[in-house]
Design a protein around this ligand. Structure first.
Ligand code: CP
Length: 316
């Protein structure tokens, strides 16, 4: 758990670094507010002015499409100014420390930082150094935490199923290296999920003691049997040697979600994937684009959830 207090004295959200330890009522309030910011498919995007006069800096030191763009759109759609800092083009490359970069931006009246970094300690470090009125939001930290992804995954399940408590949810693939798996499980657990399964080859299973309460399965078909939600994870090709698992073709042969394998889950099971997807590695295109897929909903909901989070930390 992050050692940084995320709540202000009045119980409102100041930072969002992790979902671990957040009160269920606060998570539910964020998701309820995200309902307000989401619109039916095809409708014009919702907009507001709650963050007029506020400035959000989006500073990503790792690649991103969904999280970076959706934070940027979310902030603009509720009236904030946005500064996007391309870390690879910033003075960090000339040796400036992350704290000096943050202090520099604070001098320009930035009110919130959205940070992604391979070093999972960076968002906490920044949160301990910013001025009392400034907020820090994690956009993904190492393999440890990706809180807004966890919220948007829970939001997507609630939107489609209307509940979480009695669902069987399988998280499949490279669980070991996945910040998404950790944060989504935390969101599901906070909302009362009773049956969360980790389904992975031995080399991609997290250490014993992590994910308390989850069952562990070492075969795809039995692991997703009768599940309501099948959440596939990106197989991180760069980790394959380290994890001593086979190459992409072998992985797909044993662990790829095909239409035939998906039949083991419930007929109305949702197929989720946080993206970016490796088609033909962890998921077949016919499943990713098929009728049970809610992958595009996840992306769409990411904007609404991030509007709710930004409004919560900066709106008052
Ligand atoms: N799901 C997710 O974090 O995607 P990006 O890496 O594109 O932001």
């Amino acid at each position: 758990m992050s050692a940084i207090p995320q709540l202000r004295n009045d119980g409102s959200l100041r930072h969002l670094l992790t979902l671990e330890g957040l009160p269920r009522a606060l998570i539910e309030r964020l998701l309820e507010r995200a309902v307000h910011w989401s619109r039916p498919l095809g409708a014009t995007a919702a907009r507001g002015t709650a963050l007029a006069g506020r400035t959000v800096a989006v500073m990503f030191a790792e690649p991103s499409t969904r999280t970076r763009v959706s934070f940027e759109l979310a902030a603009r759609r509720i009236g904030a100014e946005v500064a996007v800092i391309e870390v690879q083009l910033s003075s960090r490359l000339k040796g400036e420390s992350v704290l000096d970069t943050v202090a520099t931006l604070e001098s320009m009246h930035v009110d919130a930082f959205v940070l992604r970094d391979a070093d999972a300690t960076v968002p906490d470090l920044v949160a301990t150094h910013v001025a009392p009125h400034v907020s820090v939001l994690s956009g993904g930290a190492g393999s440890v935490t990706h809180p807004t992804q966890g919220l948007l995954d829970a939001f997507t399940v609630l939107q489609r199923k209307g509940r979480i408590e009695d669902l069987s949810i399988a998280i499949v693939g490279d669980v070991r290296h996945s910040r998404v798996a950790r944060s989504s499980w935390q969101a599901f657990a906070a909302l009362g999920a009773g049956d969360v399964r980790l389904v992975a080859p031995a080399g991609l299973m997290p250490d014993a003691g992590e994910f308390p309460g989850c069952s562990r399965h070492h075969a795809l078909e039995s692991g997703i049997a009768d599940c309501d939600v099948v959440m596939m994870l990106r197989i991180q090709k760069e980790r394959m040697v380290e994890a001593a698992i086979p190459g992409a073709e072998d992985y797909f042969a044993h662990w790829g979600l095909t239409r035939e394998r998906l039949r083991k889950a419930r007929p109305d099971a949702l197929v989720m994937h946080p993206g970016p997807m490796n088609r033909g590695v962890e998921i077949a295109s016919e499943v990713a684009d098929g009728p049970q897929s809610v992958i595009r909903d996840q992306v769409r909901n990411g904007v609404a959830v991030r509007m709710a989070v930004l409004e919560a930390v900066l709106g008052s």
